[in-house]
Design a binder for this molecule. Structure first.
Ligand code: NAD
Length: 597
């Protein structure tokens, strides 16, 4: 992979640039730099000289090192490192292991009385010591996922201006037209592989939160690192602030964004275009994830850019993939055949239509025509059942406007269509009423009920409601997590249809293969892989997704499959390594301290 040529003080290292990514290279070089500097000065006891040399190499020492969250190890610096790096006296004397530090963090987290306080504690840790932050998250993913992501991140976004301490990511505003590349250039790292951008208009199911939506890209990128091992320095959260139509925020003196209504139309499109082009210029090859854009822009932007640059929309494609994965697992319980299912969606937005479109792709792979496949997916939106007779339908909804008399009531739609599965993606709480659930249980031996709206307060029904009103027979999945439920003599573990099963692995597969596009085939492949990772034991427990602690394994499998799709379709920008699995595994960031000596 590399060749080292030594000549007195000169050292040349030749890398095969196709096999070594920029991050690995720069970490390796920093390490070599530090090692050789420390060796050179080992004969002298002049800490000052080490410091001077480190400064020359651009590496911090002393208090600056403790304040660098990427390099800081806190009390885990060894005594030798403390001596060499000017830290002696700046830390309490006892050296702790990362395990002991994690224990301290967990103890503190568990003492907090609210989840939003836990969120604040974790974010403060991310600011101090990134390695420890990721270690704690990875080792306690089930406990902490609801804190760094839905539902707590939703609460954090609602209160963002009030709990704001340190900026994270890049804020691009309507004021910055013409200089977006300059702003991206201000980011301290120049090798960026994944960008998550939101304009804050549809944050989870909470609506327009403007610039306060930044919690979402930050949270999603933390999950890329935790779940798929994409090194944190390779990712960049971005908020595009075009204003907000949220009156509460416009009147809030602590709101952090621009205080005017949203700018739309041409100026909005020009800003997006400038951003996409600036990414190609400043961070060529970076994958762009569009996140929490309102329906009116989400499909349009995806359509505009999906064949031009490396990008995807997680609310449409990631959700589709994870929902299809859950359905494939559910069919292992019901014994049903995908082609014979009727899916009834409550909500026909990004999540619902995205899922329908991917389901159609899955059904076409099973031999149906597109028209036949569309007949399996039915939608009920805010105006009733989506049927041909309606004159208000546009876009993807038209594909699913079937020949059927109009129905204005969801329960009546269930009675009429007798679906095997209902999927809640409406952002409207409590829409799966006891009557609806009982009806599903009357029609189906094992009714499939996915209540995907986030955060928890928006769920169409809770796990307990789903199990109670179906006599414990529901195959249930939700968008936000629910605790296990004991019902009808059985303890059931409701699955969370969390997009983290998909997007981190997709991102890693794209990064590893250097894929230039993100395709629907990749998302369908990812869905099949996630479903195949669900064990019979998971299904026994009522879980249609793999257990979260296995997320690294699952993401690795997804990444490998996605990279294979890129290679098979001529979309890969890097040569295929002999052992793809090992290659991707070697790229995965492990949150462990590197020895500095
Ligand atoms: P969206 O705004 O694009 O779509 C919402 C849809 O709900 C629209 O079609 C709207 O007409 C419909 N709707 C509104 N009120 C309704 C009502 N009373 N009855 C029936 N339909 C109604 O939003 P989206 O991106 O599709 O997201 C919807 C929800 O799904 C959100 O709460 C979001 O958090 C959740 N979601 C969950 C996951 C996941 O769990 N993996 C992923 C993505 C989105």
């Amino acid at each position: 992979m590399y060749k080292i040529v030594h000549d007195k003080d000169e050292m040349t290292i030749r890398f095969d640039k196709d096999l070594v990514d920029g991050e690995t290279l720069s970490r390796f070089l920093s390490h070599i730099n530090l090692q050789s500097m420390l060796k050179k000065t080992a004969a002298t006891d002049a800490t000052g000289r080490v410091r001077a040399r480190n400064r020359l190499a651009g590496l911090p020492t002393g208090i600056d090192l403790l304040r660098d969250p990427t390099l800081n190890k806190g009390s885990a610096f060894t005594l030798e490192e403390r001596e060499a790096l000017g830290l002696t006296g700046l830390l309490p004397p006892r050296v702790h292991t990362i395990k002991e530090q994690s224990q301290r963090v967990l103890e503190n987290l568990r003492k907090r009385s609210t989840d939003i306080e836990r969120y604040g504690t974790l974010i403060a840790l991310q600011d101090r010591n990134k390695t420890l932050f990721y270690r704690v998250l990875l080792d306690n993913i089930e406990e902490l996922m609801p804190i760094v992501y839905t539902p707590t991140v939703g609460q954090a976004c609602l209160e963002f201006g009030h709990i704001f301490r340190r900026p994270r990511g890049i804020y691009i505003t309507a004021r910055d037209q013409g200089r977006v590349a300059e702003l991206l250039g201000n980011w301290p790292f120049n090798d960026i592989r994944v960008i998550v951008i939101t304009d804050g208009e549809r944050i989870l199911g909470l609506g327009d939160l403007g610039a306060d939506g930044m919690g979402i890209p930050v949270g999603k990128l933390a999950l890329y690192s935790v779940c798929a091992g994409i090194h944190p320095s390779l990712s960049l959260p971005v908020t595009l602030d075009m204003g907000t139509d949220n009156v509460r925020l416009l009147n809030d003196p602590l709101y952090i964004g621009l205080q005017h209504p949203r700018l739309r139309g041409q100026v909005y499109d020009e800003m997006i275009e400038e951003f996409v082009l600036a990414v190609q210029q400043v961070f060529p090859g970076a994958m762009i994830q569009f996140e929490d854009f309102a329906n009116r822009n989400a499909f349009r932007l995806l359509q505009r850019y999906r064949d031009q640059v490396c990008c995807f929309n997680d609310d449409i494609q990631g959700t589709a993939s994870v929902t299809v994965a859950g359905m494939l697992s559910a069919l292992r319980i019901t014994g049903g055949n995908l082609k014979e299912q009727r899916f009834l969606f409550l909500g026909a937005g990004e999540a619902g239509l995205g899922t329908g479109n991917l389901m159609v792709a899955a059904l076409v792979e099973e031999g149906l025509s597109v028209e036949e496949a569309c007949q399996c997916c039915w939608y009920f939106d805010s105006k009733g059942l989506v049927v041909k007779e309606r004159t208000d339908l546009t876009g993807h909804k038209l594909l699913y406007a079937h020949d059927h008399p109009p129905v204005g009531d969801f329960l009546a739609a269930i009675e009429a269509l007798r679906p095997q599965a209902i999927i809640g993606v409406s952002g409207q709480p409590k829409r799966f009423t006891p009557e609806i659930l009982a009806t599903m249980a009357r029609i189906n031996e094992r009714p499939i009920v996915f209540s995907l709206s986030n955060p928890t307060s928006k769920a169409e029904c809770t796990a307990e409601e789903a199990y109670t009103w179906t006599e414990g027979r529901a195959i249930f999945a939700s968008g936000s997590p629910f605790d296990p439920v004991t019902t009808h003599g059985k303890k059931l573990f409701p699955a969370q249809g969390n997009n983290v099963y998909i997007f981190p692995g997709v991102g890693m597969g794209v990064m590893a293969s250097g894929a230039v596009r993100v395709t629907d085939e990749m998302f369908l492949t990812a869905a099949r892989i996630v479903a195949s990772e669900v064990t019979d034991d998971d299904l026994q427990l009522g879980r249609v997704y793999p257990a979260l602690p296995r997320i690294r394994e699952v993401s690795l499998a997804v990444a490998v499959a996605v990279a294979e799709v890129a290679y098979a379709n001529g979309l890969a920008g890097k040569p295929k390594p002999d052992d793809l699995v090992e290659h991707i595994r070697s790229l995965m960031f492990e949150p462990d301290y590197q020895p500095y000596i």
